[in-house]
Design a protein around this ligand. Structure first.
Ligand SMILES: NC(=O)c1ccc[n+]([C@@H]2O[C@H](COP(=O)([O-])OP(=O)(O)OC[C@H]3O[C@@H](n4cnc5c(N)ncnc54)[C@H](O)[C@@H]3O)[C@@H](O)[C@H]2O)c1
Ligand SMILES: N[C@H](CO)Cc1c[nH]c[nH+]1
Ligand SMILES: [Zn+2]
Length: 441
């Protein structure tokens, strides 16, 4: 055992203790649900006044109802406030994220001739409106702005708005505004957490109603999305960040420790494990933690220590490579690093992970910010059914069908028979001789 980081030897754990390792802070949201219910109701009834009040109470921001929308002047000031080098890195990230998402975008329409003279396919069109949630509690997230705004813009959504908590001075994080404008989004509202979800679900005097909200956030946001999911599409479930560093023993354990700390530093509600069957790697990682903590800020040391000695983090020493892979698949992490000199040797057996980052030169940080794939990813084991945020989250699909006169008789015959079997007389009539006669006359 270690007092700086959990060290679980998997073979020594019973089934209950193993199952506990798979839990996340989001697994039980009951404490948050009850507290966000009145926030949602207040925003529904009072609109902007409630948004400003919660901004003052929860974000400790100097915010008033008339300042909820970011102005042109605030955007311009943001470009002056952010260092040119940071703006250049935002441009670099946006360019890669755009390249990735343009490649990912489906063809606007395809049609296949399923039988001679009969065609069927899909058409994709943008959703009418979307709100992008950019967190601002335990950090600033221009990267989340890039990751949500770029695919929305590639999808050509006509109404895109960002919602993000106000800063103490009643503004918005400057780099978030820079990223928004460079990604093509000009509407930004200063509200966060549950009140932001309620604002875009119901609309307020200032905040426009949206039909969908995407973007990650704290359990406050996740709880509100759950409560409002009947009236707004809440997209993929993206809560507190989490990662598994899966090491096969071919890369130095100190590197594994370095990467274990990446997502562990988001907050005490995050989850982070190093999973390896190599005792040497596990012990080297444990030994390296203090030297890495010595180079981190006090706040991030506090968060990552809380994760690594808490219920959702630490080092997991397995008895074989197979057992490591089974653990990874059972955990279904948001981010997975395959820390190996031959990562592709393992990729085929990893089936449950929202993002798989290959080899020692692809740490989570690079994918979080600038690689191109989307870093808004499903958490809390939702990677078993959801993928990363993508262009298709901002589009909807319609089926297209077209039967020509020459193909019609064969299709009508089969459809008629099935309509009669199911007992739908109107369905049957519509493909009977009645139609032939009406079309002739
Ligand atoms: N899954 C992903 O793709 C992904 C990406 C980036 C970040 N994240 C995660 O998003 C989260 C961001 O969280 P955050 O806290 O930094 O920002 P946040 O914006 O989600 O949360 C801050 C908001 O929480 C609300 N809040 C705080 N205390 C409250 C209280 N007592 N009662 C009611 N509401 C309260 C406030 O409205 C505040 O504006 C982190 O957990 C991070 O790990 C996830
Ligand atoms: N790790 C986050 C997704 O889980 C993305 C991010 C942005 N900034 C830092 N990290
Ligand atoms: Zn991160």
């Amino acid at each position: 055992m270690s007092d700086i980081c959990n060290f679980h030897e998997l073979a020594t754990l019973d089934a209950e203790a193993r199952a506990a390792l798979l839990k996340r802070s989001e697994t039980d949201l009951s404490g948050f649900i009850d507290k966000v219910r009145p926030i949602i109701e207040a925003v529904r009834l009072e609109g902007d006044v409630a948004l400003a009040r919660f901004g003052r109470e929860l974000d400790k921001a100097e915010i008033t109802p008339d300042r909820l929308k970011v102005t042109e002047a605030e955007f311009d000031a943001a470009f002056k406030a952010v260092e040119p080098e940071v703006i250049s890195s935002i441009r670099f990230g946006i360019s890669n994220i755009r390249t990735f998402h343009e490649e990912q975008a489906p063809e606007p329409m395809w049609l296949k001739e399923v039988r001679p003279g009969a065609f069927a396919g899909d058409r994709w069109t943008p959703i009418a409106s979307v709100a992008l949630y950019v967190p601002r509690g335990k950090g600033a997230f221009p990267s989340v702005t890039m990751m949500t705004a770029v695919p929305a813009s590639v999808a050509k959504v006509p109404n895109i708005a960002i919602v993000t908590p106000p800063t103490a001075d009643g503004g918005v994080d400057a780099a978030t505004l820079v990223a928004a404008r460079l990604a093509g989004v000009e509407t930004v509202y200063k509200c966060g957490g549950a009140q932001a979800v309620a604002a875009v679900a119901y609309g307020t005097q200032t905040v426009g109603k949206a039909i969908k909200i995407v973007g990650p956030g704290s359990p406050w946001l996740v709880a509100a999305k759950r409560l409002l999911s009947d009236i707004i599409d809440t997209g993929l479930p993206a809560g507190p960040s989490e990662a598994i560093i899966f090491a096969d023993g071919t890369v130095n354990g100190a590197v594994a420790a370095l990467d274990l700390l990446i997502e562990a530093e988001h907050g005490p509600d995050s989850s982070a494990y190093l999973v390896t069957h190599s005792r040497e790697v596990a012990e080297a990682a444990l030994a390296a933690l203090p030297q890495h903590w010595a180079r981190m800020t006090e706040q991030r040391v506090g968060f990552s220590k809380a994760v690594l000695i808490g219920k959702s983090g630490g080092i997991v020493l397995t008895s074989s490579l197979e057992e490591s892979i089974d653990f990874v698949n059972a955990y279904a992490p948001e981010h997975l690093e395959i820390l190996s000199t031959d990562p592709f040797a393992h990729l085929g057996r990893i089936t449950e992970a929202a993002e798989v980052l290959m080899g020692p030169h692809t740490p989570v940080t690079i994918a979080n910010f600038v690689l191109g794939p989307n870093a808004v990813l499903p958490t809390s084991r939702w990677a078993r059914t959801y993928g990363p945020l993508s262009v298709t989250d901002f589009l909807k699909r319609s089926s297209i069908g077209y039967v020509t006169a020459s193909a019609y008789p064969e299709f009508a015959g089969h459809a008629r028979r099935l309509a009669r079997y199911e007992g739908f007389s109107s369905h049957e009539n519509a493909v009977s001789e009645i139609r032939d006669e009406l079309l002739k006359g």
